[in-house]
Write a protein that binds this ligand. Structure first.
Ligand code: SF4
Length: 194
């Protein structure tokens, strides 16, 4: 395999180019950079987390999408990947972690448990993480295969690439967060009870 075949270059954003110059909009350049350098925070509580480990390993290799740099601090992450059963008691903690992430931030609910509570329709299990935080992409399955998790990340990349730089300041977004009782500027406070 030649070096040329080994590495794939991302395509340049739409714009105007000529000899020695290229002009495009800031949104497109920022979207391109963000899309290919997502820093995920894996919040894995049970079996779906094992599928994520496989997604990171050599066979599937999430690093091919520029996301090999996992973050275990919410402050240095922009993609929250929730994988596994979330007990109601963990809901406020999950929300606090989301609040600690810097904007812009995205969320994937990986698997049936994170998306809807899965088979655990019980008093103690949160019936979907979208009860406490906004979710951008839901990955179905119990557990989803690594290909499905990769597909979820690719869907997030599409959102990241095309998101307007102004979206996070929009009233619609502020209202969305307010609906969850989430502060845009994180401040230390006691976890809320649901
Ligand atoms: S969706 Fe299935 S595999 Fe994933 S955490 Fe729930 S029970 Fe486990």
């Amino acid at each position: 395999m030649t070096d040329q075949n080994k590495y794939t270059k991302v395509a340049a954003p739409e714009g105007y180019s000529g000899p020695g110059f290229m002009a495009t909009s800031l949104d497109k350049v920022v979207g391109l950079a963000r899309k290919n350098s997502i820093w995920p925070l894996p919040f894995a509580t049970s079996c779906c987390g094992i599928e994520f480990m496989s997604t990171m390993a050599s066979n599937y290799d999430l690093g091919r999408f520029g996301s090999e740099r996992l973050s275990f601090s919410p402050r240095q992450a922009d993609l929250l990947m929730v994988m596994g059963t979330i007990a109601k008691k963990m809901g406020p903690i999950l929300q606090q972690i989301y609040e600690q992430m810097a904007e812009p931030r995205w969320v994937i609910a990986v698997g049936a448990c994170a998306s809807s509570g899965g088979i655990f329709d019980t008093h103690s299990v949160l019936q979907g993480i979208d009860r406490v935080i906004p979710v951008d992409v839901y990955v179905p399955g119990c557990p989803p295969r690594p290909e499905q998790i990769l597909d979820g990340v690719i869907k997030i990349q599409e959102l990241v690439e095309t998101e307007s730089l102004r979206r996070r300041d929009s009233q619609e977004y502020k209202d969305l967060l307010a609906g969850y009782g989430i502060n845009q500027v994180w401040k230390k406070e006691e976890p809320k009870t649901i």
